[in-house]
Design a protein around this ligand. Structure first.
Ligand code: F6R
Length: 243
């Protein structure tokens, strides 16, 4: 694993944007894996800025998001569909039919999982995957205990994850109970991973990810076995590692 230290959140976002832009400028039809949450917001701002300055075009790019809540419609402002459009897709020249998210509102959720996994394969696989990490070591919505062998699937969200995400909703009761997520196996098949970590709250999780045992009890630990992972973390997040 390659670890890059950023001074702060802003620098972490700039370094990540630079890597994504280099990827697209060297392969215009790149397939990107994208994440939501607070961590990549700065990255998306930097990408929009670069696009507006004419430094990158998404016209041949395809994207796949990691996950989506079950039961929220696309126009629900807490759906990841809404998030991605508001924070990135509406501001760049990515074609609508090339921006993919699992449909958490599908009638047959199992079939939606198989369809999503197959469309990643059809696109030739993901060239570069952006990840964040949950306090309990989740990546995507793969909660502790998720088998490493699993592909896109439906998950029951951990109470701790629902609590952590409650800040985006009016109340905890409104946080969905389930989500569709790319599985650990889907993530491990991506060609390159960029994991972003910011803030002291994530320091313990980052230390466990890098130095802890590889175990399904801490899903992100599997990244130790991926051949091409770059962690871009700020000083606060790296605090436990540097000790
Ligand atoms: C989001 C995702 C999650 C987040 C994680 C960290 O698509 O898959 O695994 O990356 O929950 O979230 P933040 O960045 O809000 O701390």
């Amino acid at each position: 694993m390659n670890i890059i230290q950023a001074e702060n959140y802003q620098q972490m976002s700039e370094l990540a944007a630079k890597k994504l832009i280099e990827q697209i400028n060297s392969k215009s039809d790149s397939v990107l894996g994208l994440a939501t949450g607070s961590t990549p917001e700065g990255l998306y701002e930097e990408i929009i800025k670069a696009h507006k300055e004419g430094n990158v075009s998404f016209k041949d790019v395809t994207t796949f998001n990691l996950d989506e809540y079950v039961g929220l419609s696309k126009d629900n402002d807490q759906s990841y569909y809404y998030y991605m459009h508001k924070l990135l897709f509406d501001h760049i020249d990515l074609k609508d039919n090339q921006a993919n998210l699992p449909n958490g509102d599908a009638e047959d959720l199992q079939e939606e999982c198989s369809r999503y996994e197959a469309s990643i394969q059809q696109a030739g696989g993901i060239d570069i995957q952006i990840l964040g990490i949950g306090l309990n070591g989740h990546i995507g919505f793969n909660e502790p205990g998720t088998p490493f062998s699993i592909q896109t699937h439906i998950v029951d969200l951990d109470a701790s994850t629902r609590n952590a995400n409650a800040r985006f909703f009016d109340s905890i009761d409104e946080v969905p109970l389930q989500a569709i997520t790319m599985g650990i196996d889907s993530i491990m098949q991506t060609k390159q991973i960029i994991l972003l970590v910011s803030g002291s709250k994530k320091a313990e999780a980052l230390e466990k990810l890098v130095n802890g045992p590889v175990t399904e009890d801490f899903p992100a630990s599997i990244l130790q076995k991926h051949p091409n992972v770059t962690i871009i973390a700020d000083r606060e997040a790296l605090a436990e590692l540097s000790q």
